[in-house]
Design a protein around this ligand. Sequence first.
Ligand code: NOJ
Length: 527
Amino acid sequence: MTEPSLWWREGIIYQIYPRSFSDSNGDGLGDLPGILSRLDYLADLGVDAIWLSPFYPTPDADFGYDVSDHTDVDPRFGSLADFDRLLDEAHARGLRVILDLVLNHTSDRHPWFLESRSSRENPRADWYLWRDRPNNWQSVFGGRAWTYVPERDQYYYHMFLPQQPDVNWRNPEVRRAQLDVVRFWLARGVDGFRLDVFNVYFKDEAFRENPFRPGLRAFDRQRHIYDADRPEMIPLLRELRAILDERPGRYAVGETFLSTPEKIIRYCGPDRLHAAFHFRFLRSPFAPRAFRKAIEEWERLYAEHGIWPNYVLGNHDVPRMATRYAHGEDDARLKVLMALLLTLRGTPFLYYGEEIGMRDIRLRRSEILDPPGRKYWPFYKGRDGCRSPMQWDDSPHAGFTTGTPWLPVHPNYTHRNVSSQQENPASLLNFTRQLIALRKEYAALRRGEFEFLPTPTRQVMLYRRREGDEEILIALNFVARPLRLSLPASVTARSWHTLLSTGTVFPSRPLTALDLDSYGVHILGTR
Ligand code: NOJ
């Protein structure tokens, strides 16, 4: 048994975008009591932890990622008492709870910023990044990263929207206040954090200009060496880790902005973060080779630096995996990827609705809510597509709300929903649940060694997981026709039988070849 404090290595983390998960009071917006009412569903699915995207008070310029009070619940989502109840009930079901902490910036309506912007002399005058003249730094969401405030006759810096001013982490009072936010939630009993864009907390002290590089958007036409990844981050991570380590089993995963393997090496370790995202899967085409490269990269980070991998196929910032990979309403390709996600060595992250193959909604220009989508349409349509309400059943608004949902429900909800997939043994939901159950049953899948095996064709991925005597063989067919796959000598000596598959079931016997179904998933074991 792995130490319980290392739960996050073997556990599956399920991301909930609270406003789109389940609405308990009919205002069209999901809320904490709504999430509470769905905990049995999540426990039954078999995930180990939920990560809640921001539910703090917010003016919603960036849908919760502009926080106006870090230690409260936005009344539209419930109250602190609702949060405590949710936490207790989650824990009672063995589910851990991870919060999304947005500490790089606040809302421009946060009391800290209102005070800071009011004059150059107030007690919080230095809590944000103020300059007499802008430098060349750009905002990720378009335009330059500096906005003028007449009261101070100065500009403040915002890496994202003007409504999201970056705080000044160099100010010791800011640092204390921010770490107090961490302590506040830990004291309430949360199990960890996802740190929003943590690697941009510090900017160059002298505000040196970023050098040029070719790119499409103004933000991409710079090398981000002075507005990101500054050395001051490391001592801060040490301090943060020490706070987390005061209580056993607490975990922090960082959203590394502009992530690279080098940055992951720098930011993860026993005295810094437990994990940092690397989003290579999100850029992979549907081909074994591309996924294999990403896996090999993580395996290298693990072998050489002891950094436990993590895998992500979707989140609230990118088109859903079904939208990227599926053909129409067919889920065959999604089963291949779900099997991949849940049988690799590393922490899998699931984004709500992925387990039922939710697709992105399509919006007219006038319906778009996401600020970068409004700005860059039609070249970029923003992130609303992947944030539509969870599809629970075929009742009006998919059982998400009795009111008017804040974003439209996908029209496919009449057939694509939790309830109908629960009834269908061949559904993606049931397949996902079976994969999770298998992972729970076999230590080899949760923590065993990982090894790619050679295949004569590029259309298949074959790998083995091993823990002691336990061996699991995973064969994934990435094409829409059956294939015969001859097995390498290293595995033909043992007797294999199917543990889970999308079709053909092999009885226990030595195998020299496998007949893979079209888009087949074949997971075989020796016991
Ligand atoms: C990253 C978050 O994932 C994204 O949704 C948000 O817009 C930015 N950080 C700014 O907080």
